[in-house]
Design a protein. Structure first.
Length: 683
């Protein structure tokens, strides 16, 4: 028997990539799928079903083959491209290699079986094999199914006998030995082995700290890809995930059926009828979104809740899938020449948070900086009716035109989209009762302060230092300003105008896709940062422990205040990079040196924890690493997550000297403004 601990994880390779389209655009015809699978029998390949076609990745170029498919009218067209693996989603470079091994073993059969019955059930057998071989217990497996469900649209659960029948079938599939399946198709044993080996290898990588994302999150992503290869619809995916959760957590109120774990029992591939349907009524999707945000506290006041219920978000996202329009995520709507996102419609939770901060009322005149698609302006229009008006400003004519069309189609007659610089405001229509920025700023746009009416409020996402940003709700307090609300939030920065928030994204020149956010006020050698991770590292653990659910925002805020260059986001993956989160880490910068945050897992009498560490690279790595680690310890002792939350004051111009603080490092001077953090020590 092969020792799975000794199985090599081979180095990644390049893949030839093409997107293949088929007649009608309704998916891959069975005849075309079988022909393609047969023609690729002499090489490894994998694929993803997308937009009615296939995104095909092969070991060698297959242009001639695809041309023949088009000539035979089995395909309508194909275009080449560049394959960008989801390395971060699969846990880093080594996890991506494991994924490709599974992809290739599974793809040939999954493509050939297009249109055949039992695809969903085969997926459950294979995925359950992977989950078990990764060493997950019942509840951890249930968490994987919950993660799968969270990546898909809401469902309407079944009731009565149909529910019990579906649960019994799902339970049999989850507990069956997939290798014992009788009368299986050719290649089934190889597929089972591939999923089993992948589970073992991922568990090994996780135990050695070599996955950059949680094991269960990686397994959930494998499930999404496996269902996609098998042409299982999003609705059926979430239905299956719902069943998996109920099997793992029967205490949710679903009738419990004792599991049967006999490895000789034949899983029934024809009786798993879920009777669960995905929600396609936008009103139901909107209601589900509203209810989630009421429960989470993002929505609190009746007026904002009503605006969310009545404003059809999907109408401001033409061309975006209906259910995707109601997922709690930002939707990019414009990119620059390098592919960097420069405009988006914010995640609904962020939209809700800012509207609660703003406190708009009927009859108010409102200025919004950052029109995007017009969705937020439409919500504002709902809040100020009757008698009010909203002006929304953007710097790009195409965005203004699109927003105006969406607003007109939605019947938002008291909202006007205008081309202009939001940081300069609209003095011709001033004064405004409320001014809201849905784009980020590095400083206070002072010109708009005089455009606020007495008693008015400004809601502005402003960077503190580096990448650390918060959404401030400012009101006048004599000659200075106080915050009535402050929430953690990061927005696409202002562009082109008088308060242009210039930042430079510095990609690392070595392996992987790590890049570093830098801003104009930071003293950093950007050229040195391109290769800094190739320099020897210094690692220091702080002894500071975070427990599940503990917020990181207060430690980030403290470090942004006390470190000369604040903190910068450093997303991406590469060999040897051990960030604190799957997306990447926050990093302190000093000329040609950086020190990023890492964690290592442990367990004590209170349970599981993550100890914060610091990894430094560059000419002053040891000094900067020690500095950051010392400050983290100081924060934990003096403030920490169990201390009081801070308050904020702001002043501009000649009134800045009126603002002082007991802790001088909590006074942040910018070009136009001074921000003071009032943050008493705990105890």
């Amino acid at each position: 028997m092969v020792n799975l601990e000794d199985l090599p994880i081979t180095r990644e390779k390049d893949w030839w990539h093409a997107t293949v389209f088929f007649p009608g655009g309704a998916g891959v015809p069975q005849e075309a799928a079988q022909a393609l699978s047969s023609a690729l029998r002499d090489q490894r390949f994998h694929f993803l079903r997308k937009d009615g076609g296939l995104r095909l990745r092969t070991e060698r170029p297959t242009a001639d083959l695809l041309d023949r498919l088009v000539a035979d009218e089995l395909a309508s067209n194909w275009v080449g491209g560049v394959y960008e693996p989801e390395t971060e989603a699969f846990g880093g470079a080594e996890g991506m290699t494991v994924a490709h091994n599974v992809f290739c073993t599974d793809s040939r059969a999954a493509l050939a079986e297009t249109g055949s019955p039992g695809a969903k059930e085969r997926c459950v057998l294979l995925l359950s094999t992977m989950i078990r071989s990764a060493g997950l217990d019942q509840f951890e497996a249930g968490d994987v199914w919950a993660k799968i469900g969270s990546l898909r649209p809401p469902i309407t659960p079944p009731t009565g006998p149909a529910r019990d029948q579906a649960l019994a079938a799902m339970r049999r599939l989850m507990n069956a030995d997939a290798a014992m399946r009788p009368d299986a198709e050719p290649g089934w044993a190889e597929r089972v082995t591939a999923f089993e080996d992948a589970g073992h290898q991922l568990a090994r990588l996780a135990s050695e700290g070599r996955l950059t994302r949680g094991l269960r999150a990686v397994l959930a992503h494998h499930a999404i890809f496996a269902f996609n290869r098998a042409a299982v619809s999003a609705g059926e995916q979430v239905a299956t995930a719902w069943l998996g959760c109920q099997v793992a957590f029967p205490e949710r109120g679903v009738a419990d059926v004792p599991p049967r774990q006999s490895t000789s029992q034949e899983p029934n591939l024809t009786r798993m009828e879920t009777t669960i349907t995905s929600v396609t009524d936008p009103a139901e999707l909107r209601e589900a979104l509203v209810n989630r945000f009421i429960d989470s506290g993002h929505l609190r006041t009746p007026e904002v809740i009503a605006a969310f219920r009545d404003t059809e978000r999907h109408r401001f996202l033409p061309g975006v899938d209906l259910q995707a329009a109601y997922v709690n995520d930002a939707v990019p709507i414009k990119h620059d020449a390098t592919g960097e996102m420069i405009s988006c419609i914010s995640a609904p939770s962020i939209v809700a948070t800012q509207l609660e901060q703003l406190g708009a009322r009927p009859g108010h005149k409102i200025l919004e900086a950052g029109a995007a698609t017009g969705y937020n302006a439409a919500l504002l229009g709902h809040l100020v009716a009757p008698g009010g008006h909203v002006w929304t400003v953007d710097v790009d004519q195409d965005l203004v035109d699109g927003a105006q069309k969406n607003l007109a189609d939605a019947g938002a007659t008291i909202v006007t989209a205008v081309l202009g610089d939001g940081a300069a405001g609209l003095p011709v229509h001033a004064p405004f009762d409320r001014i809201q920025f849905t784009v980020g700023a590095g400083d206070i746009p002072v010109q708009i302060l005089d455009q606020l009416a007495p008693g008015g409020r400004l809601v502005l996402p402003m960077r503190i230092r580096g990448s650390i940003s918060r959404s401030f709700a400012f009101e006048r307090d004599g000659d200075t300003w106080k915050t009535v609300s402050c929430e953690m939030a990061t927005f696409v920065p202002l562009r082109k105008g008088v308060c242009d928030d210039i930042y430079t994204l510095v990609p690392h020149a070595g392996e992987g896709n790590v890049r570093l956010e830098t801003f104009s006020e930071q003293e950093v050698d950007r050229e040195a940062m391109r290769t800094v991770l190739d320099q020897p590292q210094t690692t220091l653990y702080t002894g500071v422990k975070f427990r599940k659910g503990a917020p990181w925002e207060w430690m980030y805020l403290y470090l942004a205040c006390v470190l000369p260059n604040g903190l910068s986001r450093m997303p991406g993956t590469r060999p040897g990079y051990a960030p604190s989160f799957g997306w990447g880490a926050m990093a302190a910068l000093d000329a040609d040196t950086l020190a990023y945050l890492t964690v290592r897992e442990g367990e004590d009498e209170q349970g599981k924890f993550w100890q914060v560490g610091v990894v430094g690279h560059g000419s002053r790595a040891a000094e900067l690493t020690d500095h950051v680690a010392t400050e983290i310890g100081e924060w934990d002792q003096g403030w920490g997550n169990d201390g009081p939350e801070p308050g904020f004051r702001m002043a501009v111009g000649n009134t800045r000297d009126q603002l002082t603080a007991t802790e001088p490092r909590f006074v942040i001077d910018k070009t136009y403004s001074r921000l003071v953090v009032d943050w008493p020590r705990k105890g």
